[in-house]
Design a protein around this ligand. Structure first.
Ligand code: GLU
Length: 589
């Protein structure tokens, strides 16, 4: 789940690595490390903590040369210490390695390597690879990588350097890696944001490939046979400004405020693919929506949309549970929903479904990501780069695309959906109206979100809206928040209601059954904060959102709860864009 950046070219590498790693910090940020290689050999620096805290200590005199690599870690094996930060070295410091992923057989490999005399300096799984390279190195790094990979099990994007060679070698299996091609050198990064300021030409690497990166050229080889592969470049249309805060205090706020535009884009994008995929959905008896985290809540809302609008049953499964729960065969359609297109659990679910004969589609934000290459049909969200760890604009773009799919599916069955089509036209303006009241929402949060425990409740399609609202609160404020179906409350959780437990309730315009649940809470001394479409007099604290049709209410409700989570975290002084323990794209199991 870490970020990796490497460069070989004609420019000083240190500033490029600092820039690239800063862009990748959303992926992992417990420690960071750098390595450059020139005629004097290796130069390396490592720190515990965020790259932003050490960026000004990194200079070209400490890290000279124009070939190098850097890593921001999200620890899986071994504590957060300088010794465990990457790069890791072999016994003689001739070979250096950075790694994203988990070497699942590292204990066995380590025991064998130690028995053969290797001395380990870290507790990581990664270090075994440096020692394996040492054993297989005969002056050619890519050959050593190919040999060493034969004994490695698990997931990886490795980047390796040898003291006596002017090159980097990358190998990947189930962890992301992407080449960036420019006239001044070749980049290799965990994703395009790492090199977007330098080039928009990219070549995604696939599983089972290794890549040799030199100053003026690169070559991609099959990791088993060594045969060279020719792959096409893709052009990325994200603007470099999309990775800047542009005057906002945090990326999270910037990305919340971008939603009138990103929702508008999602409202019009990929019309043909949406028609095709809607047809495929109608033609398959079993349709799974595979997703986890916020994307899973978007999928759960979509389940209601398909049922209500298109009378079609689709089933959401948490992708980390799919191989236990999914019944898959040749008549299954599996639709992966993943912002990054690299979410490990979702990719595993996709591969599992594919093996059993399912057809695969994806709804993804990141161009060229692995999910897009695993799928027969892709719908891209077009939301631009999302930097904050917490998903905001990509969540509402997922909702918009899923809603359009449900509408298309209904149209193909000759159902009248004109009311909904009119309704979604209003959503960008509705979104702007809520964002324009953000100072009011900030005041409401400052004055009312004063306890440590919250329930978020909704009914029907706002049950998953409530879970997403609670997740936003947990992720960035570290306050306890639990989302649930309002009707479920009386089956247990209501016993928690007291003066120290506040409830955020989502009240749609027409179906107001939730009001009786609100009364039940009030009767037990619980405080209600309502987010109400068109207002309400049933709560002491109310955030008004425009009175849209109930079916589209998850979008405005979500915007309001994003702002609640954001301002609650700001009030507590938390690092909103880089919340503790989280990483944006979860690329480990
Ligand atoms: N498993 C490696 C470690 O714990 C890499 C983790 C990562 O992807 O950041 O150091």
């Amino acid at each position: 789940m870490c970020g990796i950046i490497g460069y070989a070219g004609d420019k000083p590498v240190a500033p490029i690595l600092v820039k690239g790693l800063s862009r990748l910090e959303y992926r992992g940020y417990d420690s960071c490390g750098f390595l450059t290689v020139n005629e004097k050999g290796f130069h390396s620096k490592k720190w515990v903590g965020k790259i932003s805290n050490v960026a000004d200590k990194i200079t070209s005199s400490d890290l000279p040369g124009s070939i190098g690599m850097a890593h921001t870690r999200w620890a899986t094996h071994g504590g957060v210490t300088e010794a465990n930060a990457h790069p890791h070295f072999d016994c003689k410091n001739n070979i250096a390695v950075v790694h994203n992923g988990i070497i699942s057989n590292y204990l066995e490999l380590k025991k064998n390597l130690q028995a053969r005399g290797h001395i380990f300096k870290s507790e990581t799984d990664t270090e075994v690879f440096a020692h394996l390279l040492e054993e297989n190195y005969n002056g050619n790094l890519e050959n050593a990588v190919m040999e060493a990979l034969k004994s490695v099990k698990g997931t990886y994007a490795f980047l390796a350097a040898a003291r006596n060679e002017n090159k980097l070698v990358c190998a990947r299996k189930e962890s992301p890696a992407m080449l960036g091609i420019s006239n001044h050198g070749i980049f290799i990064g965990s994703d395009i944001s790492s090199f977007l300021e330098f080039t928009n030409r990219a070549v995604p690497l696939d599983d089972g490939e290794i890549c040799v990166i030199e100053k003026d050229n690169y070559k991609i080889l099959d990791s088993k046979t060594g045969a060279e592969k020719i792959k096409n470049e893709i052009i990325i249309d994200w603007k470099p400004e999309s990775v800047e805060k542009s005057g906002y205090d945090h990326f999270m706020l910037k990305e919340i405020c971008e939603q009138p535009t990103t929702i508008k884009i999602a409202k019009g994008i990929y019309a043909n693919e949406i028609k095709t995929l809607a047809g495929m959905i109608n033609d398959h008896d079993t349709v799974y929506l595979l997703a986890t985290g916020s994307s899973m809540y978007a999928a759960m809302i979509a389940e209601y949309w398909f049922a209500e609008i298109a009378h079609k049953r689709v089933q959401t499964i948490d992708s980390s549970e799919f191989s236990q729960k999914g019944i898959v065969n040749g008549s299954t359609l599996a639709i992966a929903i993943t912002q990054s297109g690299e979410t490990y659990d979702t990719l595993s679910a996709v591969r599992f479904a594919k093996e059993k004969g399912a057809r695969i589609a994806s709804i993804v934000n990141t161009v060229g990501s692995t999910a897009t290459r695993e799928s027969e049909i892709n719908i891209m969200l077009g939301a631009g780069f999302e930097s904050a760890v917490c998903a905001t604009k990509t969540f509402t773009s997922q909702l918009m695309v899923l809603l359009r799919l449900a509408i298309e599916s209904a149209k193909l069955k000759n159902k009248d959906v004109s009311m909904l089509e009119n309704e979604i036209e209003k959503i960008p303006a509705v979104t702007k109206e809520i964002i324009d009241q953000r100072e009011t929402i900030k005041q409401i949060v400052e004055n009312n979100f004063t306890v440590k425990n919250y329930l978020y409740i909704g009914r029907g399609l706002n049950f998953p809206t409530a879970m997403e609202g609670a997740l936003k609160m947990k992720e960035v404020s570290y306050l306890h928040a639990e989302g649930m179906a309002a009707g479920f409350l009386k089956h247990g959780t209501i016993s928690l209601i007291d003066k120290e437990m506040y409830t955020v309730a989502f009240i749609p315009k027409d179906d107001r059954k939730i009001l009786s649940n609100i009364e039940e809470i009030k009767a037990r001394g619980g405080k209600i904060i309502a987010i109400a479409a068109g207002g309400t007099s049933h709560a002491p604290v109310v955030i008004n959102v425009p009175a849209v049709d109930d079916l589209v209410s998850p979008i405005p409700f979500t915007i309001a709860s994003q702002l609640i989570g954001y301002y609650a975290a700001v009030k507590l002084g938390n690092d909103v864009d880089r919340p503790r323990a989280l990483a944006k794209s979860v690329t480990v199991e």
